[in-house]
Design a binder for this molecule. Structure first.
Ligand code: 5GP
Length: 232
């Protein structure tokens, strides 16, 4: 596989900002990335779309897929099953895009220690919170879970952060504030995929040209205003 299509496995506790970072990257580099849409038995949150955020499935259906070996990895997280299907990763790759997987630490270990590591050759990234209290606040602000679910997620997050220290991630990124975290997140990708830098140059120059045009437009308005002595 070309190095330019090696996937990125992203891991980190729920609420740490992985989805936001991924969406910002995908928006900045249209057509370059694709998200591996996982299967899950958890119900959709408000605003989540089946087939875009997850394939929302029932337990029997997922157990069947597990038996049929249809998953690259799967794990039981927060009393639900989550899994990355082989076809989810294949679809992204066939579209010629870099695949981003967002999975928990059990799934990371399954991939790292199994045949999938050799087949996919992914890079591994762990996103961690600056302070635990900030993560807890974000989970509460999201207001999508019950208090019991929030407590479960907090417990899982603690275990996940502790376990991450023993896993050889290629990068640990701390999300203290989104703007700085995105700069670091983007530069991790720019280092891995040199072709992105070219796209960034084009995007940058388009941005500069737009600013020049806006300036020219404003200047012409001012000149017109001065010429007519302020009369319309
Ligand atoms: P959430 O319910 O907040 O969307 O996700 C809960 C956790 O499940 C997160 O840590 C997320 O990374 C993980 N997760 C999502 N999809 C998968 C998957 O396909 N496999 C595994 N192992 N974990 C997943």
């Amino acid at each position: 596989m070309s190095d330019e299509l090696r996937p990125v496995v992203m891991c980190g506790p729920s609420g740490v900002g992985k989805t936001t970072l991924k969406e910002m990257l995908m928006e900045k580099y249209p057509g370059k990335f694709g998200f591996s849409v996982s299967h899950t038995t958890r119900p959709p949150r408000t605003g989540e779309v089946d087939g875009r955020d997850y394939f929302f499935s029932d337990k029997a259906g997922m157990e069947e897929m597990i038996k049929e070996d249809k998953f690259v990895e799967y794990a039981r997280v927060h009393r639900n099953i989550y899994g990355t299907s082989i076809s989810a990763v294949q679809n992204v790759r066939e579209a010629g895009r870099i695949c981003i997987l967002d999975i928990d630490i059990q799934g990371v270990k399954t991939i790292m220690n199994g045949t999938a590591h050799k087949e996919l050759m992914p890079y591994y990234l762990f996103v961690q919170p600056h302070e635990f209290s900030a993560l807890e606040a974000r989970l509460r602000k999201r207001a999508t879970d019950t208090e019991e679910q929030i407590q479960t997620r907090i417990e899982t997050a603690k275990k996940e952060i502790a376990a991450s220290k023993t896993v050889p991630f290629d990068k640990f990124l701390t999300n203290e504030n989104l703007e700085d975290a995105f700069v670091e997140y983007e530069s991790f990708f720019l280092d891995l995929y040199p072709s992105l830098s070219k796209q960034e140059e084009v995007a940058g120059s388009m941005f500069r040209n737009r600013r020049c045009l806006t300036k020219a437009f404003l200047s012409s308005l001012l000149i017109g205003f001065a010429f007519h002595g302020g009369k319309v």
